[in-house]
Design a protein around this ligand. Structure first.
Ligand code: FMN
Length: 370
């Protein structure tokens, strides 16, 4: 990592508290949501609690959990992903939350519905069809029927119920997974949303489903409970996909989400330093913060020396670039994914300038829970 120019005091900017709504997040480092599938029958156990609290005690201010499954039979394809409904799962989450709080962190669950990413016939309910705005998968193949208004209403209710459950077990806020081609993003994206009713037809109408989800969640959790929404241009299987091509379109898109009640935008990019639109160095997170005025989380290759997806080329930009952009208020919080899988103490070692002691991410680290 290119950290030669870093002064220990400049690193402290990463460890200043940040307040959103009435919640104070103790540092600027967030753990990025990462699906782990270590929760048999959807119930997170003591190992999951230890996994998250180990990061919280090591200076990760905000834990964004792995995608958690809302109470809809077609929401997931993997019974070992944790649920956010049912007594056993909620008791499990209650233990996770209390251990993260004890470790000094705050924690949001990432609420997920896979939509058409879920292969037909998947467990735990193989008899249930996968659902999406137009019944089209991410490759554009028709595999199911378009969602009916009734089905749309049921899924919106399931998101609201999940948020209420999260609040009840003590989570400090929630994140809606609106990125990467999951259900909410399938509504945003032209390729998967071919509807001609009020949920489709143009960018604003394609945003209506997300707006209704946010409104339902907001109404259920009250005015002060933080709501984050994760967004991305890229989709699973299509890194070149785009929802918006200009800052004007982005502004239009964000405006209705802000009006619906989003407090935090979590902008998923693969490299935090990539400029988004021509003629400016601003990243997508930077544009979102500038245009929405809301709390913004950046993400993408923080702490990665080299990115195997890039053929082993150095990711190279390092923490000096991150600190520069944080100093310019391009974003407020920084999500870290793989580096925190590789080393639970990554953030603490950064703070203490112990770069040589950081355990780098390996694909094997993603296969175990520690
Ligand atoms: C094992 C793994 C699982 C992931 N699961 C999710 C997920 O459930 N929800 C999500 O929004 N992103 C998910 N991601 C994406 C990460 O949150 C993050 O955006 C991505 O890894 C880039 O950040 P990084 O370069 O710091 O790793 C996952 C990534 C990994 C490596």
């Amino acid at each position: 990592m290119s950290n030669e120019n870093l002064q220990p005091q400049s690193l402290e900017a990463l460890f200043e508290p940040y307040t959103v709504q009435q919640l104070t997040i103790p540092t600027r480092i967030a753990m990025s949501p990462m699906a782990r599938a270590f929760s048999p029958s959807g119930v997170p156990g003591e190992d999951v609690a230890a996994y998250y609290s180990r990061r919280a005690v090591n200076e990760v201010g905000l834990i964004l959990t792995e995608g958690v499954v809302i109470d809809h039979p077609a929401a997931t394809s993997e019974p070992r992903l944790p649920n956010i409904y049912g007594e056993a799962a909620l008791n499990g989450w209650s233990r996770v939350v209390s251990q993260v709080h004890k470790a000094g962190g705050v924690i949001f669950p990432q609420l997920v519905h896979m939509g058409m990413i879920r292969p037909m016939g998947s467990q735990p309910y193989p008899e249930v069809k996968s659902v999406g705005p137009s019944g089209i998968d991410l490759e554009g193949n028709p595999v199911s029927e378009p969602m009916t208004e009734q089905e749309i209403a049921e899924v919106i209710q399931a998101f609201a119920d999940a948020a209420v459950n999260a609040q009840r077990v003590g989570f400090d806020g929630i994140e809606l997974h609106g990125a990467h081609g999951f259900l909410i993003d399938q509504f945003f994206w032209e390729k998967t949303n071919r509807r001609t009713d009020r949920y489709g037809g143009n960018l604003l109408q394609r945003t209506r489903f997300a707006v209704e989800v946010v409104q339902a969640v907001r109404a259920a959790v009250g005015p002060d409970y933080p709501i984050s929404m994760r967004l991305s241009q890229w989709k699973m299987g299509d890194y070149a996909a785009r929802l918006v091509d200009t800052p004007e379109q982005l502004e239009q898109f964000l405006k209705v989400l802000v009006e619906a009640g989003v407090d935090i935008f979590h902008i998923s990019t693969r490299r935090f330093w990539d400029p988004e639109f021509e003629g400016s160095e601003l990243s997508l997170a930077g544009w979102v913060k500038k245009l929405s005025g809301k709390t913004t989380i950046t993400v993408g290759s923080v702490g990665m020396d080299s990115d195997e997806a890039e053929g082993g080329e150095p990711a190279g930009q390092g923490l000096a670039e991150l600190l520069k952009r944080l100093g310019n208020q391009e974003f407020d919080l920084i999500a870290v994914g793989r580096a925190l899988l590789g080393d639970p103490a990554w953030a603490k070692k950064v703070r203490e300038n112990r770069f040589d002691e950081i355990q780098p991410f390996t694909p094997e680290a993603a296969a175990v829970l520690f």
